[in-house]
Design a protein around this ligand. Structure first.
Ligand SMILES: *Cc1c(COP(=O)(O)O)cnc(C)c1O
Length: 454
């Protein structure tokens, strides 16, 4: 137990001081990882010593993505409620596969399902399941969509597979996330066998270019383009879905971070029609700031999940309650709803809305400062994402390198309309509009350095 107390103390110390760390570990800290390069011990090593090595060599080499200065990718921090709940949940080590394996996981699943559907204003019976992340949440929805569309076309995918099945037209936007294609690939629908709808300058699907197809159609829309944060025109997409007799459409929405915009009542301009889809995927571990790994899949009719994911075995009881293993790709699974419950309960309805609003306002304020100082802001800052350019391609890449070398903040490189850009993603619960001046000042110092070095 002393070993556990020490590990808990080290974790607490890490959480308490992470804001003072460089946003990316120093070269010395990364070199210190050599401490792990030992042969597999022939005999065991004491637990306390093992955990101490993890803390002393591992902690300095972490990316401080839970700190207040990290704006890379769309990572998100960790809310204290999530961290504390994760500590307890790890001690419990519950298997959330079936209610009989964990009544607490079962009850919290029920509560969180109700809360999420209410908070995000989705249809009341919507089924909610947890996965490793949005990639698998997307795949979960796409598999359910595939099986539902093909059942309506007279084909049983689970029994007979896809060879010889009727065709589904898969429609995607030009700016779909790379992992949406990966998900389409591994559910057997193909990464390339898609109809691609052109996007506008913000990366939104151009509704006027939706294809005039009939038969089973799976349309993958997006809430939150990963660079610009833009939202597809959901109302027009939903109208298109029903606009032709004989078109049997399933609309899926990849909302890995953007779906949380539904929690902010002030953002109706972005989300109108989003509730008309058939399935939605999001992440808990990005904008909601719960611990990794937590994806969330929503399917309008939970029976569509069961059709795809039910497993039968003699030793599996069939009982009351929601059987997660019969509605997800996983069988055994971590009770990810525990951390989600803790954050939702701590923040409440207004707290989640405030998280969305505050981080988006911070992004907008950073964009304003940078624009005023002469940088190009490439996107309409409708959410928490900002894309900037400095002078030309080379100077923009030099800016990203200078920011990453500086270490006071961390932003990533991306490509926007085939040219380099720097992406600032404000996804941590720690971010406040009042931070914008300081963040912009660091970026502007780095911009001056990038220009001087050219
Ligand atoms: C991050 C992201 C994904 C993938 O999510 P993971 O949690 O990394 O699996 C999918 N779509 C979009 C729009 C994303 O931002």
């Amino acid at each position: 137990m002393d070993a556990l107390r020490d590990a808990a103390a080290a974790a607490l110390d890490y959480a308490a001081t992470v804001d003072d760390r460089p946003a990316f570990p120093t070269a010395a800290a990364v070199a210190g990882l050599a401490a792990f390069d030992e042969p597999l011990p022939g005999d065991g090593t004491p637990v306390a010593e093992t955990l101490r090595l993890l803390a002393t060599a591992g902690s300095p080499a972490t990316v401080a993505s839970t700190g207040a200065h990290y704006f890379g990718f769309v990572i998100g921090g960790v809310h204290p409620a999530a961290l504390g709940a994760a500590w307890l949940a790890d001690a419990w080590d519950q298997n959330a596969a079936l209610p009989v394996m964990s009544p607490v996981a079962d009850r919290l699943h029920d509560v969180v399902r109700r809360w999420l559907v209410d908070l995000l204003r989705l249809p009341a019976p919507t089924g909610v399941v947890f996965t490793t992340g949005a990639t698998v949440a997307n795949a979960t929805c796409l598999a359910a969509a595939r099986d539902a569309l093909l059942e309506r076309a007279g084909w049983d995918v689970q029994a007979d597979g896809l060879f010889g099945a009727p065709e589904i037209t898969v429609v995607v936007g030009a700016h779909r996330h790379s992992t949406l294609s990966k998900s389409l690939g591994f559910v057997g629908l193909g990464r390339r066998r898609v109809v691609v709808v052109p996007a506008d300058d913000q990366g939104r699907v151009r509704a006027e270019d939706l294809p005039d197809v009939s038969g089973p159609v799976l349309l993958c829309a997006q809430a939150g383009e990963v660079n610009s944060g833009a939202f597809d025109p959901f109302d027009r997409i939903a109208d298109w879905a029903t606009s032709r007799p004989g078109r049997d459409a399933w609309i899926h929405v990849d909302g890995a971070f953007g779906l949380w915009a539904l929690a902010d009542p002030a953002r109706t301009d972005l989300v109108t029609g989003l509730d008309r889809a058939d399935s939605w995927a999001t992440d808990g571990h990005k904008w909601l700031n719960v611990t990794y790994d937590c994806g969330i899949a929503f399917v309008r009719d939970p029976a569509e999940l069961r059709r795809t994911f039910a497993a039968v075995a003699g030793y599996l009881p069939s009982g009351d309650g929601f059987e997660a293993m019969h509605h997800t790709p996983q069988s055994s699974q971590r009770a990810r709803q525990i951390e989600v419950w803790a954050v939702l309960r701590s923040l409440g309805r207004s707290g989640v809305a405030d998280l969305v609003r505050r981080t988006s306002e911070t992004a907008a304020a950073i964009a304003d400062r940078l624009r005023a100082a002469g940088l190009d802001v490439l996107n309409d800052v409708v959410l928490n994402q900002v894309l900037v350019r400095l002078d030309d391609d080379a100077t923009t890449s030099a800016l990203v390198a200078a920011v990453q070398a500086d270490g006071r903040v961390w932003c990533g490189a991306t490509q926007w309309h085939d040219a380099p850009a720097m992406r600032i993603s404000v996804s941590s619960w720690k971010s406040e509009p009042a931070d914008a001046d300081g963040i912009a000042a660091v970026i502007l110092e780095c911009a001056a350095r990038a220009r001087a070095d050219r």
